[in-house]
Design a protein around this ligand. Sequence first.
Ligand SMILES: Cc1cc2nc3c(=O)[nH]c(=O)nc-3n(C[C@H](O)[C@H](O)[C@H](O)COP(=O)(O)OP(=O)(O)OC[C@H]3O[C@@H](n4cnc5c(N)ncnc54)[C@H](O)[C@@H]3O)c2cc1C
Length: 393
Amino acid sequence: MRGVGVVVLQILGAAVALAVISGLIGFLIVHFAGSGDAASRRAGASARAWESNSEQPSVPLSCRERSKSALAPLREGGSLPGIVEADDDGLYVVKFRGAGQGPKALVAELIAHAGRDQQRERWLRPLATGQAIGAFALSEPEAGTDAANQMTTAVRAGDGYRLRGRKVWVANAEEAKVVIVFASTRAGLRGQGVTAFLVPMDTPGIMRTARADSLGVRGLGCMDLELDVLVADDQVLGQVDQGFRLAMWALQGGRVAIAAQALGIGQAALDEAIAYAKQREQFGQPIANYQAIQWMLADMATELAAARMLMLKAASAKETQDKSTVEASMAKLAASEAAHKAADKAMQILASAGYRRGSVVERLFRDVRATEIYQGTSEAQRMIIAANVLANG
Ligand SMILES: Cc1cc2nc3c(=O)[nH]c(=O)nc-3n(C[C@H](O)[C@H](O)[C@H](O)COP(=O)(O)OP(=O)(O)OC[C@H]3O[C@@H](n4cnc5c(N)ncnc54)[C@H](O)[C@@H]3O)c2cc1C
């Protein structure tokens, strides 16, 4: 059985397990190929429309459950959502929404990890069941790779805080019911003075100002936000001034999910290339007979398989270790670059058939690029890995 990838959730007990996917990790859009289960087929059939309309899918998509969660278990409710990859057939995840991955499982996971009882009660179940979508607002015009450079401020006002600033590229913001906003509570202290706040999106003073017209992952619903809102003390997520640490903690899981996403795209590219190479004839025979094509397929398969091992290792580390930053960075770096190369080679193998607007490979080629950028660029992952290597070498 061929195919790929994704993810899964297993949440709050069996009752909601499958329906949860779009909410918690959720998202998915999907590059579809082959014979997936019914939900996969539905998603696959809609993927092109979602992407051409920049539309966020609202259907819950099932994914085969496998492996244990890559996300930390919810304290209550038993077995929790997990992420992770897989060898399913036919489903190629391209985006996540809800909690985290794509920004997505990040929200639910952070609330599960650091939320007060009242925050957990209010948000976890809706996020887990897909009734609510969450967004994660860390990036700002001047805070990209240098995410600690937060210009959004949180200043004491009455019994709470006044948050003022601008966030960019907030995935899911279009549909989100709640957003985690990171803001500076102690000017000049960078990551030591950032606090996370849970802010319902219908709070007065949140404005969705611009929708990102992106090259790929067009169903992600990325918006810029202008904020001038009052929040109460009980909307602080975790401890005051500890928000940056929380964000970095969440990205350990998020990056594993991006690795799984990239592998889904890469595998889809490989599948498309294999199918085309077998049926396209030039000089009287299938192009799959030519060694030039075979070597490209061999490299694609090998690099994706190697990255998949790193992704599984990082997922396991996330589950079993307190800290898995380096494993997550290695998985994201290797998977996103292997998938990028696979999409590029698939384009070469399909040649004009892949270059045509609207072809599956054309979409994969555009979507895959985001995996080398969001939740930390490849350069950021290399910085993390290199710092670890130098410290421990
Ligand atoms: C589709 C999409 C969805 C996103 N979703 C979200 C979201 O939901 N929430 C959110 O908060 N953010 C989100 N982002 C923002 C994303 O996290 C940032 O784009 C990313 O962190 C890079 O920041 P930047 O784009 O400002 O690039 P910059 O930081 O300006 O980097 C520009 C270039 O310089 C390199 N660079 C920077 N610093 C160094 C250095 N010290 N050493 C070497 N190279 C360096 C970078 O690697 C890059 O190549 C999203 C982005 C995209 C494209």
